[in-house]
Design a protein around this ligand. Structure first.
Ligand SMILES: O=C(O)CCC(=O)C(=O)O
Ligand SMILES: [Mn+2]
Length: 212
């Protein structure tokens, strides 16, 4: 009877070919989190080194046919988890469907991600401005899901020096960018301390890509 009061809010354009789907996850968040926990039981979180030798403040893992890895040699996608020596865990169906539906919501039809990078932030963790540039198929969008503690997302331009827009991301928000915005510089400001009812002291980000 009241269902029509709970329609999804319209996607908010944040740049050309980039949208924020606020509160997209809603009641499916616990199931998504359970799926992520299942992945992390097989391929645990770890801290990766970036080329040049520094360590990331974000802890990561992956699922899908390809996983994102970084070490002193550089960034790349690999079909095996270097920590376990095993293939990455399969991408749970709930995650695939979430990514595909969110992409379709803003006009990217037939998005079939083969990689989901799981980024886990604790207070103080951050991700500097970067481009997602290791994927072979740049015609596919990036779908980025936020869970747990809120964060400030930075969305710039195609040059590192371009002006950056900052906007808050909350639990359940999904960002989708592609097309002319596919190569924009983006990052996450240092996470503020807080407590989330489902994830405690953590922010979890799922970044879906067509990598291979
Ligand atoms: O945590 C986020 O919201 C962004 C993650 C990201 O940009 C990446 O993993 O490449
Ligand atoms: Mn990125």
């Amino acid at each position: 009877m009241m269902d029509d009061l709970f329609v999804d809010p319209d996607p908010v354009p944040v740049a050309q070919a980039a949208w924020l789907l606020r509160g997209y996850l809603r009641e499916s968040a616990p199931q998504i989190i359970e799926s992520v926990r299942g992945v992390l039981r097989q391929s645990p979180l770890r801290t990766m080194q970036v080329p040049g030798g520094k360590w990331m403040s974000v802890k990561t893992s992956s699922c899908g046919a390809l996983g994102w890895v970084s070490d002193a040699l550089g960034y790349r996608y690999a079909d095996t988890d270097p920590l376990t020596g095993q293939p990455w865990p399969a991408m749970p169906t709930a995650l695939q469907v979430l990514a595909r539906d969110a992409a379709a919501e803003v006009g990217f039809g037939a998005f079939e991600p083969d990689a989901c990078l799981i980024n886990c932030y604790q207070p103080g963790a951050k991700m500097g401005l970067h481009q997602d540039r290791d994927e072979k198929d740049l015609s596919a969008p990036i779908v980025s899901v936020s869970l747990g503690l809120p964060a400030v997302f930075m969305f710039g331009g195609s040059k590192r020096s371009d002006a950056v827009k900052r906007f808050p991301l909350e639990h359940g928000d999904v960002l989708v960018w592609g097309g002319v915005s596919r190569m924009v510089y983006h990052g996450v400001a240092p996470l503020k301390a807080g407590h989330h009812p489902l994830l405690g002291e953590w922010r979890v980000n799922l970044t879906f890509r067509r990598a291979g």
